[in-house]
Design a protein. Structure first.
Length: 70
């Protein structure tokens, strides 16, 4: 029994899709910061958003994987 075991399986599937989107969005934002954005303040703000999305997506994906065998 994982931490998301009280949810229906389809809801856990949608959470995993959101996790994948968060991880891909963080990759895209980091790419933009490194190659397209030259303002230091905007770089800092976008990096903060990207790392937040990365950690949120990673944390939720761990919960989804912990729930998987149920």
């Amino acid at each position: 029994m994982g931490p998301l075991a009280h949810l229906p399986a389809l809801d856990v599937m949608w959470i995993s899709f959101y996790c994948i989107f968060f991880l891909l969005a963080s990759i895209g934002i980091i790419y933009m910061v490194r190659h397209k954005i030259h303002n230091r303040f905007l770089q800092w703000m976008f990096k903060l958003i990207a790392y937040g999305l990365f950690f949120l997506g990673s944390f939720l994906m761990v919960l989804v994987v912990a729930t998987w065998p149920a």
